[in-house]
Design a protein. Structure first.
Length: 42
């Protein structure tokens, strides 16, 4: 019983971590695109 809870908890943490990484990557991509636009304007 405890093993099932641990496995479920592990998967939950893994899913949350993956979503956070995806959000971070999206934010970084937006920053990179913005910097590229600024460089083009110069």
């Amino acid at each position: 019983m405890i093993n099932i809870i641990l496995i479920f908890f592990f998967f939950l943490i893994f899913e949350i971590a993956q979503k956070k990484i995806i959000i971070k990557n999206k934010i970084n991509n937006k920053k990179d695109n913005y910097e590229k636009l600024l460089l083009r304007c110069d």
